[in-house]
Design a protein around this ligand. Sequence first.
Ligand code: AMP
Length: 278
Amino acid sequence: MNVVKTVDEVRNQVAQWKQQGLRVGLVPTMGYLHEGHQSLMKCAKKENDKVVVSIFVNPMQFGPSEDLADYPRDLEHDMEKCEEVGVDLIFHPEPSEMYEDDFCSFVDMSGLTEGLCGKTRPVHFRGVCTVVNKLFHIVTPDNAYFGQKDGQQLAVIRRMVRDLNMNVNVVGCPIIREEDGLAKSSRNTYLSKEERKAALVLSKAIQLGSELSKTEKNAKKVVAQMKELIQKEPLAKIDYVEAVDAFSMEPVETLDGECMLAMAVYIGNTRLIDNVLV
Ligand code: AMP
């Protein structure tokens, strides 16, 4: 497995593979890899001849008061996680390799990016879409893998690829959870022992919503019960709990068609997200 830091090195490697007629899969990540990321890599491994993992804590998708400086980083650990599943190439650029000082081109989307996480994180999706667009141009993958864990991000990227005719197949992969139900996340490392226990309230509320939605189609009622459960946990503070259309991310009143129950909840200072498709 090769670890490279420059765009040119990635391009040279991918060009060689493409000359040999090989299919290339890309898994974009911010590192501090866990089994959730590895499930994307395994999926990519099955469907491609070569797998590229990008590890880049993208400054552009963090707001000024967010955790960019504190975001956990450990390249040695990440290399091991990638080796374990047979990744072929890690692209680990410095911010200066991705963004020139006078960088001024962005992918801005409306609608889909304004609700849910977009409300509290107004610059987030502009950063995500811009960096993913750049990674698609650098790696030119046949397939790119994203987790349903970031359900809004997946919907946004699918739309960007469709709207801008990007020549890449976007594959969504299921949420990987800890044994007790908590969705795996690099940010779980911020949680104290007590907070880790409290964080279970997210997956419990997701489970409750999923169960209720089998018989209750009134979205407001389902969301209200999910909120009620979360509010019983003293360490939890709700950012949002919403029922939205799975494609447009618009709020729904009735749970018919494909919908997503989605939430962001602060446990102490740590903002965690979870969702389920119903
Ligand atoms: P991140 O490093 O947090 O930006 O995540 C990189 C990719 O891994 C994104 O597509 C995430 O949705 C995905 N991912 C993160 N956690 C999980 C998880 N628990 N299950 C499935 N995919 C995940």
